[in-house]
Design a protein around this ligand. Structure first.
Ligand code: AMP
Ligand code: SF4
Length: 471
């Protein structure tokens, strides 16, 4: 078979962003906000704050609780903050890539952080380097800063709007100057970003679960192609739509896997979405069985939904050791397999001699499902029927979610029957795209990793994509 290859424009990032405007103890709030977003990235984190005159920043490689201490937070003075938790795959690690970035310029300092991926980063970077820009990191986030300062005689807002219109892809950006905080989302609304209120000030977050964690109230979501500006000494924020032809193509994987179940994404609670997917699967793919089990933890909601709808009892048939990181983060296949074993144990007394329905949110490489099915069978399960709460993942993501390359995606190379055989299941079904829209109660979502219909141009040559004519 011809080699399938995916060349990312740059490193892939999942990440989460959190910001504060006009609140006392901004650094502490950012710390708790980022802690609530830790599931979005465990590799590095950082916070930048401002007191109106200078910008202060601390960042490091590790978890929020490892990087920040009380003394470090005390150094981060001011009532405004932006913060970031970072997830990166191979090639993208190192302190230089940990955000927020901080830029010193005689026309004014600023800091920025980003969740997502810029698909035209290579071309933009080349253009900027030819004009004299020198990049400090390999992250494409830095491109926005160079674009903003490309013509620094321009009014700051006009420069930001022009820069945002030059970049294409998925993004939620937070930009902070001593006087203002700007927050924005890409024109397709691929990455989430919400605004909350707290004691007369504002907070911003990739996920609403962080608002609950700090006692803030959800105000509204940032619209696709919207730039919201918070200015010192101005009680009301202002907003402009910086791009036209916008769409609402929120990443479906945020609902399926990535976001925390207690977050609401554009009006739909993530747990309720997953539970509804489970219910739909029970109606569409029934099977006679004794217990329903969810692959911990992201599939628990869907498993509860399947159980409620089918009347088959839900059991905690698999227990996750919370102190092992997500298996996906392990770099090699061999390590991943070891990770899965460390992470999950079956409850023999609950599965022995039973016909099990195993619910998982997605199959990427197939490693997790295969491993779990073996664990359940070794623990005495007589049958394992697998129900996946999303369609077969056949295409890579170019928008900042690490869903892997064509060659690694098991469903890019195999049909459902073949995948069923490979993972050694007794039966296998994947939930269809229409069910995701129904469960999210919305007309549109990005489903590109399932159907290859990317909402943006990809800026990859056919040779680079090397997808056997799939594009
Ligand atoms: P795999 O073993 O490669 O098939 O991975 C599938 C498992 O990884 C599923 O159980 C998901 O919960 C989880 N998963 C799906 N997408 C991602 C992602 N982008 N990053 C990390 N984990 C993921
Ligand atoms: Fe999300 Fe998939 Fe679209 Fe990427 S391709 S943004 S993972 S739905």
């Amino acid at each position: 078979m011809e080699e399938l290859r995916f060349i990312p424009n740059n490193i892939n990032e999942e990440c989460g962003v959190f910001g504060v405007f006009n609140c006392e103890n901004a650094s502490e709030l950012a710390y708790y906000g980022l802690h609530a977003l830790q599931h979005r990235g465990q590799e590095g984190c950082g916070i930048a704050t401002t007191d109106g005159s200078d910008i202060y920043r601390e960042r490091g490689e590790g978890l929020v609780t490892e990087i920040f201490s009380e003394s470090k937070l005390a150094k981060l003075k001011g009532d405004c903050a932006i913060g970031h938790v970072r997830y990166s795959t191979a090639g993208g690690s190192g302190i230089d890539n940990v955000q927020p970035f901080l830029f010193r310029h005689y026309t004014g300092d600023f800091s920025l952080c980003h969740n997502g991926n810029i698909v035209n980063s290579r071309g933009l970077k080349l253009m900027l380097e030819r004009q004299g820009s020198i990049f400090q990191s390999s992250s494409d986030t830095e491109i926005l800063a160079h674009l903003i300062k490309m013509d620094f005689r321009k009014d700051r807002l006009a420069a930001i709007v022009e820069a945002l219109n030059m970049i294409e892809g998925a993004y939620a950006f937070l930009i902070m100057t001593p006087k203002r905080v700007y927050i924005c989302r890409d024109k397709n609304g691929l990455r989430p970003l919400s605004i909350g209120t707290l004691n007369g000030g504002y907070v911003f977050s990739s996920e609403t679960c962080a608002f609950e964690a700090i006692g803030a109230r959800f105000l509204r979501d940032v619209e696709p192609g919207e730039l919201v500006i918070f200015e010192r000494d101005k009680p009301e924020f202002t907003s402009i739509i910086f791009s036209y032809g916008n769409s609402h193509k929120m990443c479906s994987m945020e609902y399926i896997y990535f976001a925390r179940p207690d977050s609401d994404i554009e009006g739909t609670n993530v747990h309720s979405f997953r539970k509804e997917c489970g219910r739909i699967m029970a109606r569409r793919f029934p099977v006679e069985a004794d217990v329903v089990i969810g692959a911990p933890d992201s599939s628990t909601s869907a498993a509860i939904g399947y159980s409620e709808e089918s009347g088959i009892p839900y059991e905690m048939g698999l227990i996750k050791n919370k102190y092992v990181g997500r298996t996906f983060i392990q770099p090699s296949q061999e390590m991943r397999e070891k990770g899965v074993r460390l992470k999950l144990t079956p409850v023999r007394s609950l599965v022995s001699g039973k016909r099990v329905i195993l619910i998982d949110d997605s199959i990427v490489r197939g490693t997790t499902s295969k491993r779990i099915i073996r664990l359940l069978k070794e623990a005495g399960a007589s049958e394992v029927h697998v129900r996946i709460a999303s369609p077969p993942m056949r295409h890579p993501c170019f928008y900042g979610i690490d869903t892997s390359t064509y060659e690694e995606l098991i469903s890019a190379r195999n049909n459902v029957d073949e995948v069923c055989k490979i993972i050694e299941a007794d039966s296998l079904n994947f939930l269809q795209e229409d069910a995701l829209l129904e469960a999210a109660n919305r007309p549109d979502l990005c489903l590109a990793c399932f159907n290859g219909s990317y909402p943006t141009f990809l800026y990859q040559t056919k040779q680079e994509l090397n997808t056997e004519g799939k594009f």
